[in-house]
Write a protein that binds this ligand. Sequence first.
Ligand code: BG6
Length: 464
Amino acid sequence: MLNKDFLWGGAMAANQCEGAYDDGGKGLSIMDIITAGSKNHPRQVTIDIQDERYYPNHEAIDFYHRYVEDTDLFQEMGLKCLRTSIAWSRIFPNGDESEPNEEGLQFYDRLFAELKRKGMESIVTISHYEMPLYLVKKYGGWRNRQLIEFYTRYAKVLFERYKGIVRYWMTFNEINSTVKIPMIAGVMIQPGENAKQIAYQALHHQFVASAKAVQLAHQIDPQNQVGCMVMTTVGYPKSCHPLDILAAQEYLRDGTLFFCDVQVRGYYPGYFQHYDIDLDITQQDKEDLKKGIVDYIGFSYYSSQVVSHLNEGEKVQGNIVTGLKNEYLQASEWGWQIDPQGLVYLMRILYERYQKPLFIVENGLGYNDQMNQEGQIIDNYRIEYMRKHIQAMKDIVEKENIDLIGYTVWAPIDIVSAGTGEMKKRYGMIYVDKDDEGHGSLKRRKKKSFEWYKQVIESNGEIL
Ligand code: BG6
């Protein structure tokens, strides 16, 4: 049996659900200047808003104005928690102000009060791909050390304002994305620049900012639990060739574990030297990293890949990373290979290596749902995906006594896809009537998975 306080929930991010991109004194965020894309056409960063382009995050699903009705549905589904992020640019529209925007804070006051009233715990990601655009333009994003100060000021405002209201925090969503897609951290690489060096330095600034935030959170309220949040790279060796085994080991270590090593242990691991980065790290940084170790490991897991030292074979997409096709697995329309056992493999490694509580803060299936003639969405494939992942999670927790705080499915309701900007890459158990061009009534409709997940939660995972 899972623990009776197991946090069953849903996860989403401000920029993908809220919309209202310029309401309530909000400044522009980096996500506000990224166009829609599709599976084969990447989203584009336009630096400024161009009238003829479509920016799906501007309205998203209008959660900003519809959070009351949406949280009614989440309550009906039985969610015990909602993981969402705070849009940094609502609180500090430019990012470098000394005082926060009161109207922005009031929105989250209302949202968290609503969740509490409906029996749901608020779980907050402080920065989920939505840093203020001004910090990118004026300071060069996280490549600039000054960002540490702006971020900690922002985090302090949140910890003080939501003391006793929010208990679980995550500092940066998928912090490892900074080295894969530096633009997400507001780092625009110029031709001729050493991208790797700049990206790891930006990441270092985030590590320090995160560690300072952890310290602040603990000082302000010792009840606070602050986690790191990493996207995970599970890669199986293509063969038993010893070099394939090592390639797979490095894929996991360099893609996932390195980021936990620094944030869970509080220092750079010895193998970092082979990354060949000339890191600007001060004595104070080292002390901060040590004092700011996280309380738990939050992670996203969607799929696994195959790795070969020769990098030969059919390439497949995953969440931010690519890998090779696994002939034993099915994949989603977007090529993400479905692998519940990969979750077991990953949880074992994380728990055995760190002995810290784990929190599955993202897992789910993106699918182009269709409505039948009766207006129903019978998403058996999503139920199947979730059932198998939850079963795998539950078995390993029970058998091996893993300390797992909760499971928040991505996402309780359809939202804009981060990777492609599409609406049709739907994850929700609640359908939102909106298409990839921004047309639709925004009406909400329950999918079949809604009732299914409700029963899973009610039975604490016993009825799958
Ligand atoms: C994670 C992100 O990368 O995966 C989310 O934290 C994102 O923001 C989710 O939405 C699913 O990815 P996508 O690209 O299908 O939206």
